[in-house]
Design a protein around this ligand. Structure first.
Ligand SMILES: [Zn+2]
Length: 226
């Protein structure tokens, strides 16, 4: 409510601290940009994140840009991206992360970026997929192609937040399908989502990608719980 009011009076405000933006600052002010809590998973391979997939599905690189903490700046940014039509947040963070990953040689490691899709009914309701925004930004930052419609979610899953971990794994089982198998064969995929918690959704997507003979699947998210 306050944010909506602020955005009407001052359209150019920082989405993290709500302070005014300088002309060259896109959506997030420089102070907030440099105080974002980075995981630096591209430097350390963030073993804790990789461990979530061990024994389930081979993930080549597990990358997360920021640390998710309850009530923190990152949660606030993700909330605005997901529910408040602030698509630019996803795109901007994607570009910044894409630049960082490119500096460390990651751009050559991927042939195609695929966002985790929303079910068609949810997409119609929200009007956009927040993971598309991040994928688009990463694509621009790394100069790697992305596609919003190669991967499709076939069953609308009920909200997962109240389910136990085991139920969550079962809940997303086999709900993703590929629309163009030939296009993906042999490709090194970077699968992207806004946030990773248990990894169940990303795992289900990765399994489908390996089923159609992708060469390798890596993941990148805006944020990860630690
Ligand atoms: Zn700020």
């Amino acid at each position: 409510m306050l944010k909506d009011f602020v955005s009407i009076i001052f359209p150019e405000y920082c989405r993290a601290c709500l302070g005014p933006l300088e002309r060259n600052e896109p959506y997030i002010c420089t102070t907030c940009r440099f105080s974002l809590p980075r995981t630096n998973s591209h430097l350390t391979e963030m073993t804790a994140l990789t461990h979530r997939f061990w024994g389930r599905v081979p993930i080549w690189h597990s990358l997360a840009y920021l640390k998710f903490t309850k009530g923190g700046t990152v949660q606030q940014l993700l909330h605005q991206l997901k529910y408040n039509d602030q698509r630019e947040i996803g795109e901007t963070l994607g570009q910044w992360y894409g630049f960082e990953l490119t500096e460390h040689g990651f751009a050559e490691k991927f042939d195609l970026i695929l966002p985790v899709p929303l079910h068609a009914s949810k997409l119609r309701k929200r009007g956009y997929n927040q993971s598309d925004c991040f994928a688009k930004g990463l694509s621009e930052g790394m100069r790697v192609a992305w596609s919003p419609d190669v991967l499709r979610r076939t069953v609308a899953t009920p909200t997962q937040t109240k389910k136990k971990r085991l139920e969550r794994w079962q809940n997303v089982d086999a709900v993703f399908e590929v629309t163009n198998e030939d296009f993906l064969r042999g490709k090194r995929i970077l699968l992207v989502d806004d946030v990773v918690t248990t990894g169940a959704t990303l795992e289900a997507c990765a399994q489908e990608l390996y089923r159609v003979a992708c060469a390798a699947v890596s993941i990148a998210t805006i944020a990860a719980t630690t």
